[in-house]
Design a binder for this molecule. Sequence first.
Ligand SMILES: [Zn+2]
Length: 338
Amino acid sequence: MPVGTLATVKGILPQQLKDVGVQQVLANTYHLALRPGADIVEEMGGLHQFMNWDGPILTDSGGFQVFSLAKMRKLDEKQVVFRSHIDGSVFELSPEKAVRIQEQLGADCIMCLDECPPHDVSPDEMQRAVDLTTRWATRCRDAQQRSDQALFGIVQGGTHQKMRERSAEGLVPLDLPGYAVGGLSVGEDPADMYTTLDFTTPLLPADRPRYLMGVGRPQDLLESVVRGIDLFDCVMPTRNGRNAQAFTSAGPVRLRNQKHQRDPGPLDPECGCLTCTSYSRAYLRHLFIAGEMLGPILLSLHNIAFYQQLLRNLREAIQLNKAAEFKAVQLARWGISN
Ligand SMILES: [Zn+2]
């Protein structure tokens, strides 16, 4: 899922997302509740109509902001209280309110409010966060009034096997339609993330989608899919695109690099996106050097297309029972040891 935190995938039109094969986009509860406000989105007919996207939408619960805005919030059993990052006003988010806001926004997949602790907290602190996340998930499920939204539980527990087991044991009995692995890609070593997935995904029901939140690099997607993950969101395709960094079938490309100045070739000859079929590397570099807004737009679009194509190819490989082989070939092409 491309990330559309504020009900827009930055710089990209919904039709362009569809053209490159995007199925679902992500938007954020915390940010939309502050601006423009869940009431306004609801009044405008819900998120789909508001942002003119008729495909599926998943909204994050605000749980990640419990982590990323740790200095601007207080958390207790009942709720988390934020100081708005916009104007400093108080914003209270309880499990019940997180569900209520997500019902107003009207996404198809909604997330339980969770506590995502830093990966290096003490075992006692990790266990406290895991148990709170379980109690909050129960409250989220009980608060649900709409029956047309799939509520996902979020397994926490950092990189500790015992904690992940404890978290899954609390959440799986809730029989939720999907499960996410949270608390990864928060500063731990990628190898620790893969090991954590090795023991975490088997704890989650195989007949429900497994969603790895906030991940990641193309190699992380490959490594995670072969470990049983189905769904991802990450800002990298768009954020890197805005910063002149492209993902290509031959590995990452930095378009500000002078070597592209007179390059008439496409960004990625294996990509069929609008950017790669219409423009040269020389032109794309020029846009960035000149500070033109079309540069970030074209590169974001290509990066999203690249991620979609990578996962389409991987799905095909899975059907042919060749996922491991596909992963090895890709990593070798990108110069990454397997
Ligand atoms: Zn492309």
